[in-house]
Design a protein around this ligand. Sequence first.
Ligand SMILES: [Zn+2]
Length: 136
Amino acid sequence: MAENFSREQLFAYLDDDLDDALTAAIEKCLRESAEFRHRLDKLREDRDRGEHSIGAVWRRERLSCLTREQLTGHLHGILEPSLSAYADFHLKTVACPVCMANREDLREKQAEAGAGSKRRRRYFETSAGLLNDPKK
Ligand SMILES: [Zn+2]
């Protein structure tokens, strides 16, 4: 019985990606067969070493946080559409506190940088005025 499961099915089971009937069948085998438990343990090890199912990768990507670069891109509205949609989902639907805090931080830094460059420009214009005016 346990031998009838394919590797793919077992990986799917580990990823919680299997339909209820198969999940129940696998769990029954797990209860009954130490050898099967051992086999599944080995598979889990394989998987954790880097043999990931597409489902697991997809889920990880989907749930993972945005990088500072991605958040900056999102603030500027320059992310590619699929990533932008994900960023919206992550920030608005998931409302991830880490990414929301990061985004606030970036927004503030951006505002500061904007104010800083205005100040520099004003300073430069004033100095240029001084240099160009022989009376001063
Ligand atoms: Zn996040």
